[in-house]
Design a protein around this ligand. Sequence first.
Ligand code: TZP
Ligand code: MG
Length: 208
Amino acid sequence: MNNKIDFSVYLVTDRNALKGKDLLASLEEAIAGGVGMVQLREKDMSSLEFYNMAIKVKELTDRHDIPLIINDRIDIALTVGAAGVHLGQKDIPMAEARKILGDEKIIGISARTIKEAKLAEKQGASYLGVGAMFPTSTKEDTVSVSLDLLKEIKRSVNIPVVGIGGINLENIEKLEGTGIDGVAVVSAILSANDVKKAAQELKKNLVK
Ligand code: TZP
Ligand code: MG
């Protein structure tokens, strides 16, 4: 595994965004286009389906030597040997997750305030996901985060920060000046007709 994690274009999965395409084939293409990290996030799978998919995605991310992050499920992350987990504010507390996973695993946390960001860092988070930066139909009930707040959150912590939510090729340049380490994206890549090209273009247009 790479020692240095590349957060620049971080692909979060959602089969519903695929428009009939195959998830594994799309992940192959996305990685060929420059995605440096994958989070398996499938909210409507049974535990068994999610586990089986995690095994397959892990084989793929290992082949490309990039980290696999599992959304929510510490048990499945440990079982498949994933690089880490991504947790929300309503999931198992960060400090408990760190106790279970140990110091080596990546633990990402969603944060929308400076308070949440600082606490997550203090409790051992590896990176923060901040959003929703722009309107998105991928996740319901998102609360929007302003560009100024994203910038302030990035300044308030020393761990990597990625923006998430509605980020696409049309709006990615608005993130300029926020200092973020990357963008976490679902539909801008997975719903694209040319997944590889979509990843390449996002990477090319990524600004700090
Ligand atoms: N968390 C905040 S917004 C979001 C998640 C998982 C969905 C991002 O999906 P998209 O398609 O990139 O807007
Ligand atoms: Mg969660």
